[in-house]
Ligand binder design. Structure first.
Ligand code: SAH
Length: 381
């Protein structure tokens, strides 16, 4: 029998499975409560399930999809977790405290295929998609680790990877995260960030009420083409039309992320073009000062240039915040995360840290260099 990944199962799937092994349907709901409500570590803790059933669960299922590898805490409270996957890859998840909000930034892929010029993830390419259990377990493991102190209040799909390129697994994970019998997160507290995969974005609007963030980063096709190759497939007129038609609940807005890059996209003309672009869209803008990455000529603009850019937006009555980088002391800046891993992973041979890297980029501009050979926080070259 194939091992069932418990955290990758929706409730109806788990109901079908328990019935298939001769148990009653309601057992699935009990399992959900144990796994997500009580956050059990092993089936032995579920004394209301029969001993035989627990043995079946032990042998037929896998409770955890991730293994804890490392955790590091910044002086500003940001906590970065590294988790190992069954096949030897690693991913990172970051908890961003901003009381009373505790936002968890989750990864959706190992690496990324989109090749954005400013993001270190691009340098490793796409290794693979995460499965649903690996996405859900990021939330479970961090929640279990922090429950004595605080509760995760928000989830953002802004870690490693492009969530809409892993659509089915991400949507299914959102279903489990929001299941009232599961983790019971409100859709309002979940944000998915995309570089602009338009067909999947349109599908998302039809299928899920989660918040949408769009990584815009330029207000002309020429500039966007040069820093985000995805723009050649879905250029700005196509992307903005999809945003204009995006089904938004009353009072909801699309968040547009805009990394400010010195002399590339940060002039006041760029800001005026951005105002035009967002005309007619319920939008708010997050201005993210670029976190430079090694061996990349792109730089962060001066404070004056960033403020001048922001002022143009604000004068046009757009909500535009300049996001502060967090976790700098652990090099937790967006686009700078790097984790080495084995390039030919196997389930029996966990990664030892060799050649390639992975990157996570987060809502508050956090990302973290991680290197198995060096210590966290050291400069990556
Ligand atoms: N692929 C998705 C989600 C991951 S990136 C997306 O593109 O939206 C999350 C955010 O971090 C994106 O807005 C991304 O553009 C930003 N980011 C990436 N590298 C960065 C860097 N070097 N400095 C600042 N922000 C960066």
């Amino acid at each position: 029998m194939e091992t069932l990944l418990i955290k990758g199962c929706s409730l109806p799937e788990l109901e079908a499975w328990v019935e298939s092994i001769g148990e009653r349907r309601f057992r699935a709901r009990q399992i959900f409560k144990h796994v997500y409500g009580r956050r059990i570590a092993k089936w032995d803790e579920c004394t209301d399930l029969g001993r035989m059933f627990r043995v079946q669960l032990d042998f037929g299922t896998r409770l955890n999809a991730l293994s804890f590898q490392e955790k590091q805490e910044s002086s500003d409270g940001t906590v970065k977790y590294r988790f190992g996957l069954q096949d030897g890859h690693s991913i990172e998840t970051v908890l961003i405290p901003d009381p009373p909000r505790y936002t968890l930034c989750v990864s959706s892929q190992v690496g990324c295929a989109l090749g954005c010029a400013f993001c270190l993830t691009a340098t490793m390419g796409l290794k693979r998609n995460l499965n649903t259990a690996e996405i859900v377990d990021q939330v479970c493991q961090v929640q279990r680790d922090t429950e004595q102190r605080n509760h995760i209040s928000n989830i953002v799909f802004m870690g490693m990877g492009e969530p809409l390129a892993n659509y089915d697994a991400v949507l299914k994970a959102i279903g489990i995260l929001t299941d009232p019998n599961g983790l019971a997160f409100s859709h309002r507290r979940i944000t998915l960030s995309t570089a602009g995969l338009v067909p999947q974005m349109i599908k998302l609007g039809d299928q899920s009420p989660v918040n949408l963030a769009v990584s815009l980063h330029a207000s002309s096709d020429a500039v966007r083409d040069s820093i985000m190759p995805v723009n050649r497939t879905y250029p700005l007129p196509v992307l903005m039309e999809a945003c204009r038609r995006y089904p938004l609940a009353p009072r909801k807005r699309i968040t547009f992320e805009y990394i400010l890059i010195d002399r590339v996209n940060d002039s006041t003309e760029d800001a005026r073009a951005l105002v035009k672009l967002l005309d007619g869209i319920r939008a708010k803008v997050n201005l993210i000062p670029l976190n430079p990455r090694p061996q990349c000529a792109l730089r962060r603009p001066s404070q004056e240039r960033m403020l001048a850019f922001q002022e143009v937006l604000q004068k046009a009555h757009l909500t535009a915040m300049i996001r502060q980088s967090r976790g700098a002391d652990i090099s937790a800046a967006c686009g700078q995360l790097a984790v080495p891993h084995d390039d030919s992973p196997s389930a029996d041979a966990p990664a030892k840290g060799k050649t390639s890297r992975k990157t996570a980029c987060m809502e508050n501009c956090l990302s973290v260099p991680v290197d198995g050979q060096k210590r966290f926080g050291q400069k990556d070259d």
